[in-house]
Each structure stands twice: as C-alpha cells, then as structure tokens.
Design a protein. Structure first.
Length: 363
C-alpha cells in the first residue's frame, strides 16, 4: 500500500521531514503547502507546491505532516483529521493545553493517529535509559534533574518576526527549544504532579522568556529540577536517581550504577552513621537509532500501516505541554501549579500576554 504524504509549512524543519519521508518505502509525496514559500522546496523534492491547504488535503492524503508555526497547529491538524489523514505534527503539539485537548479529541473522533515529532526519544542513550526505567532498575523515583543549555545568538531571533513572541510563537524557550527537554523529563521520570517555575528574559532581543527553571514534585514523592536557557552554552545533562540505582546521561553518553542494597533496604538497617549502599557500575547496551526525523517517520509510517500506536502519540506528548504551561502560569501567579493545568487559567494568562496586559520580566 502506497502512503500519500503532504507537508504543510515551509520552515527550517521541512528538509528534515523530506529526508525522513525519502527514507520510507512505498510512499508518495503529493505536495508541500505554504503561502508563497513552498515552490523552491517542492521543486527540490520533485513534488507540487500549493498555496492553499485545503487544496492539498483534497488530494486524499494518508499522512499530513504539520510544520507551520506553533499557533497554527490546532486548526490545521483538526482540518487534516477531518479530511481523513493521519497527522504527524511538529513540536510543540500546540501552544496551550486547551487546544491540544481539542486536537486529541478530533483524532479520536476521526479514528486517525496523531503523533508528535519528539525525535530525541529515539536517541540511543534515551532509549536505553527508558528501557532501564521500564524494567524497574531504578525502583521508585527519588530525584530527576535536567539541565539543557540551548544556546542561540541574538541574531537567531532576527530570522523570523514570530520568533520569541507571544502572538507568533506562544512563548520563548519553553515553546521552541525546550519542548524536547520537557518531553524527555516526562518520558523518563513520568509526569510531575506539581511545578513551581520561573520563566524570564535575560538578554535575548525577544518578547517572551529565554530562560526557565522549575522545582517539580512527582506523584510518588520524588522531586525534580529543570533548567533551560538559550543564553547558556553547554551540553545536556540528565540524572535520574531511584531507590535501586542511578542513570546519568551527558550528551550522547550514558552511565548506570546499581545500589547494593537498594536505598529502601539500606536506610533502616545500616549501623554506621555514614554508611551508604555500594554503587555498582553496569554496562549499558545502546540500541540502534539515529534520534532524528528518519526514525520518527519510520515509526509513524509503521503505525499507520499496522494500525498500531506510534512511539510518540499525542496523548503522551501532551505532558510536555502541560509542564511548559505550568511553568509560565507559576511564574505569573507566584505559586506551585498542579498538573494537569487549569485550562481556563492558562488561556486567560496567554490572552493577557498577547495583548501586553502583562509582560515577561527582564532580569
């Protein structure tokens, strides 16, 4: 069965999707739709350019790939689902959780798949860490910490007028660069129960936040910290500590050590006041994977063909958006925010940010 694809949008991520689609067997790229911007991309990909989304959707697509700026994701996704297409949408799923709810409901009603491009889940170190967690090697979560330097020079924000604005992008680092970080946190540690966050603008020429940090509490009593910024150079660091062991990811390296005995057994039985469990390093086998759009498209196409579930279904990817919205809401309310986020409270805040009734703090 040949799968018919259409791409919507002409931004910098489109070449990555073209590579992913080109790597698939038995597919046809019907066209690329964008208002006035798709001709060069379409010509390079050997397909047709459209300026009207409805016209491309009318060609009977099996898969619609949404690559437009974030605020356009909900309406276009719902339109594509209504036309009978499965939808793979770029991150973030939406700007606010209320719209993401509507997208997920539309996919359920249409009986179609809705997936999200969180390609970092396919990184070998992340897949290996997920396998360790799923196998119970960490035990109950004690702590998770993610520090992700997402450096961009000031010039980055001059490449498109919508970048870093509340109207055009729905936020700053939390909406553009950090959705991957938030998704990895929720993917590996599970969704937090509460978030106490602070998001502010340090030194980027933009309207929204370039830096965000949060203190997190998890349902089982574990705690977490998050720090993301486009003003900090460096490498991503993820640490997961459970009562049975510890995982550390630094860039594309991973280490795992087992606690012997587990903390839950050692704490009540150790006799020495400075005793600690032995930390036993274990070799971690890395699975095969690229951690890119080729992996995402291979997985999503396989799910469409088999009637299965993609590795990144929207219902799962929603948690990263919950957390992003919670950090912003916490910033402006000055208190911890429970998850799931109050939909109406966040919608009201976003409306005020877009109209300038409230503004992002500069530090």
């Amino acid at each position: 069965m040949t799968l018919r694809y259409g791409i919507f949008g002409a931004g910098v991520v489109v070449p990555m999707h073209l590579e992913g689609i080109a790597a698939l067997d038995d597919v046809e790229l019907v066209g690329i739709s964008a208002p006035g911007d798709a001709h060069a991309l379409a010509e390079g990909a050997g397909t047709q350019a459209f300026t009207d989304n409805a016209e491309l959707l009318a060609h009977g697509l099996d898969v619609a790939v949404i690559c437009t700026p974030h605020p356009f994701h909900p309406a276009l996704t719902i339109e594509a689902l209504a036309a009978g297409a499965h939808v793979l949408v770029e991150k973030p799923l939406a700007v606010e959780v209320r719209d993401a709810d509507a997208m997920i409901a539309a996919a359920d009603d249409a009986g179609r798949l809705l997936g999200v491009c969180f390609q970092q889940r396919f990184r070998p170190v992340v897949a290996a860490a997920r396998e360790l967690v799923a196998a119970g090697r960490l035990g109950d979560l004690i702590r998770v910490s993610i520090v992700d330097p997402l450096y961009r020079p000031n010039s980055y924000y001059g490449t498109a007028g919508w970048r870093g604005t509340w109207r055009g992008e729905g936020g700053g680092v939390l909406m553009n660069q950090a959705p991957h970080t938030l998704d990895l946190l929720c993917h590996l540690a599970g969704p937090p129960a509460t978030a106490w966050g602070k998001a502010w603008r340090r030194s980027q020429p933009m309207e929204a936040e370039d830096t965000a940090t949060a203190l997190l509490e998890f349902p089982g009593g574990g705690v977490g910290t998050l720090a993301v910024s486009t003003t900090e150079p460096g490498v991503q660091r993820i640490e997961l500590v459970g009562e049975r062991g510890r995982i550390e990811i630094v860039g594309e390296t991973i280490a795992f050590e087992r606690f012997e005995p587990p903390v839950s057994e050692h704490l009540p039985t150790a006799s020495g006041m400075f005793d600690a469990p032995e930390r036993v390093p274990e070799r971690v086998e890395l699975p095969v994977g690229r951690g890119d759009h080729v992996d995402v498209h291979a997985d999503f196409a396989a799910a469409v063909r088999s009637g299965g579930v993609p590795r990144i279904p929207a219902k799962d990817a929603l948690w990263s958006l919950e957390l992003a919205n919670a950090i912003v809401l916490s910033t402006f309310t000055g208190r911890a925010v429970p998850l799931p986020v109050d939909r109406e409270a966040y919608a009201a805040l976003l409306a005020d940010l877009r109209t300038g009734k409230v503004t992002t703090t500069r530090r």
